[in-house]
Design a protein around this ligand. Structure first.
Ligand code: NAD
Length: 510
């Protein structure tokens, strides 16, 4: 990564670990080394934030809240609108940094930044639409209505694989809702976070009526810093994106103080290919969903449930596409599969494949790719595994490109296999039969938060609410009415009569 790129984004190779608006404070916690998964090169080395520093930063966000909540929501929307404009102007540089830091291919990195721009536009419009209901009162001359008020500073804990978009989903909504944001990004992607923060601060500099403490960034040591946010009573909402193990631990800490948590956790996403499916369309969707981002999307396709009549054709076509996949430097034109994030991810992938073999599976691919790839990075051939649906490994999310394939006979069987895992994020069906499609979308169909027809499991638009059920955590972020999680609801009853009728007709004469 070039020095010019860092400079264009307002960054240095020895950045500070704490940022309260434009104020930067050098960390006094453990040292952090940031390496590129492309070639293992060190991109930056600096000290992370200490617990005492994190505490002070959170307190600053609390102070900013008392001012931000008084700022009219459309003015808060103006901040987000201008930030979106700045993202547009820096789209290429920010995408290049995302590629360098987490190894996404250029197209997907550009897509991630576009997602930030889209949510900024959505949130700007929303800043004039934070509507409450007016409700018919049962009492004469009474007005019953609800108002939505800012909630307080929001703690955002984000995962490495969407190092900028997940924060933007949260921050753009939180800011228009009147909530400052305290962001703890993944320790694997702090530079992308620093770049986003710098762009937001440049926007804040144009709007002196917005307190700078509305944007706080903490580069902590991972688990410890995340837990500190989760435990803080100054953060009424914690929005946490990452593994199920992380979510379980954050949820317990937040619940112990009766805080609110919004959890976006792991998926184990399945697709059903029925007898009436358009196989060409299905194939393209399956490959993008299974190998895109090298299988490191929460929505990556992990389980393919195929009607017996199509099974062998589909498997063989997939194997032949997998044989020709361009694997390599994610910045090169034409590459479709970049590196895994680190050696630990590779080891987990190998353990899963070994377990699949032990449990009776047949594995194609999965080994290290060594030709035409940069040295120092970890590149793999995406794997296809033919396995019995009841194999234990199929129940787990392995965050790597491993696609389990299984056969079914009846549609009911396919639905049962599809829903028979503990996670519930994204799902898809490939069919030309309207009855199958509608059944999949119905109450007795897919039990996931994202339910697609003739589209793969990954690549959601920001206009819909994003998230999943069961071990995925139940949270919803981005579009639709997800904004309500970032506000508190007040129900107002106003009596404009001279009498005092009580609700439910209760008589209480004094
Ligand atoms: P991870 O759980 O290791 O880390 C995620 C974040 O949580 C990081 O910032 C990390 O420092 C922090 N953290 C880790 N353990 C913690 C703890 N005990 N307490 C507090 N904070 C803690 O996840 P990852 O490897 O960065 O990301 C991959 C995982 O994230 C996958 O499971 C993927 O499915 C999931 N994910 C889910 C979504 C979604 O929207 N549902 C989106 C992206 C990623």
């Amino acid at each position: 990564m070039s020095k010019e790129l860092l400079t264009a984004l307002g960054l240095s190779t020895q950045p500070a670990a704490i940022h309260v608006g434009a104020r930067a404070i050098a960390g006094s916690g453990p040292e952090l080394s940031v390496r590129s998964p492309i070639d293992g090169r060190e991109l930056a080395r600096f000290q992370s934030a200490s617990p005492a520093q994190i505490e002070l930063a959170i307190a600053e966000a609390g102070r900013a809240f008392t001012r931000l909540r008084e700022l009219p929501a459309p003015r808060r929307g103006e901040l987000v609108r201008r930030f979106g404009e700045r993202l547009r102007a820096h789209k290429r540089e920010l995408a290049a940094l995302v590629s360098a830091e987490v190894g996404k291919i250029t197209q997907e990195a550009l897509g991630e930044v576009q997602e930030m721009i889209d949510i900024c536009e959505f949130a700007t419009g929303l800043s004039r639409q934070l509507y409450g209901l007016t409700i018919a009162s049962e009492r004469p001359q009474h007005r019953l209505a609800e108002q939505w008020h800012p909630l307080g500073p929001v703690g955002v804990i984000s995962a490495f694989n969407f190092p900028v978009a997940v924060w933007a989903w949260n921050a753009s909504l939180a800011l228009v809702c009147g909530d400052p944001v305290v962001w703890k990004p993944s320790e694997k992607a702090p530079l992308s976070a620093l770049a986003c923060h710098a762009l937001l601060c440049a926007t804040l500099a144009e709007m002196p009526d917005v307190p700078e403490g509305v944007a706080t960034l903490i580069i902590g040591d991972g688990r410890g810093a995340g837990q500190q946010l989760a435990a803080s009573p100054l953060l009424p909402l914690i929005s946490a994106t990452g593994s199920v193990a992380m979510g379980r631990s954050v949820a317990q800490t937040v619940a112990a103080r009766l805080g609110r948590s919004l959890l976006e956790l792991g998926g184990n996403n399945g697709a059903i290919v029925t007898a009436s499916a358009d196989l060409e369309l299905a194939l393209r969707s399956i490959v993008f969903a299974a190998v895109g981002t090298c299988g490191q999307r929460c929505t990556s396709l992990r389980r393919l449930i195929v009607q017996r009549t199509h099974y062998e054709t589909l498997r063989d076509r997939l194997l032949s596409i997998y044989d020709r996949l361009p694997i390599g430097d994610p910045r090169s034109e034409g590459t479709l599969v970049g590196p895994l994030i680190d050696e630990a991810a590779y080891q987990r992938m190998q353990l899963a494949l070994a377990a699949a073999r032990t449990q009776g599976g047949t594995v194609w691919g999965g080994e290290r790719a060594t030709r035409n790839v940069p040295s120092g990075g970890i590149y793999v051939h995406p794997a296809i595994v033919e396995i019995a649906p009841n194999a234990a490994i199929v129940q787990e999310e392995t965050f790597a490109p491993v696609l389990y394939m299984m056969r079914y006979d009846s549609f009911d069987e396919a639905l049962a296999l599809h829903n028979g895992v503990p996670q519930g994020l994204a799902s898809a069906i490939f069919t030309s039969d309207v009855r199958e499609a509608e059944r999949f979308c119905s109450a007795s169909g897919s039990d996931c938060g994202i339910v697609n027809v003739n589209i793969g499991t990954s690549g959601a638009e920001i206009g819909g609410a994003f998230g999943g059920e069961k071990l995925t955590g139940g949270g919803r972020v981005a579009g639709s009415d997800s904004w309500k999680a970032y506000m508190r609801r007040a129900t107002n009853t106003v009596n404009y009569s001279n009498a005092l009728p009580l609700a439910q007709g209760i008589r209480f004469d004094v």
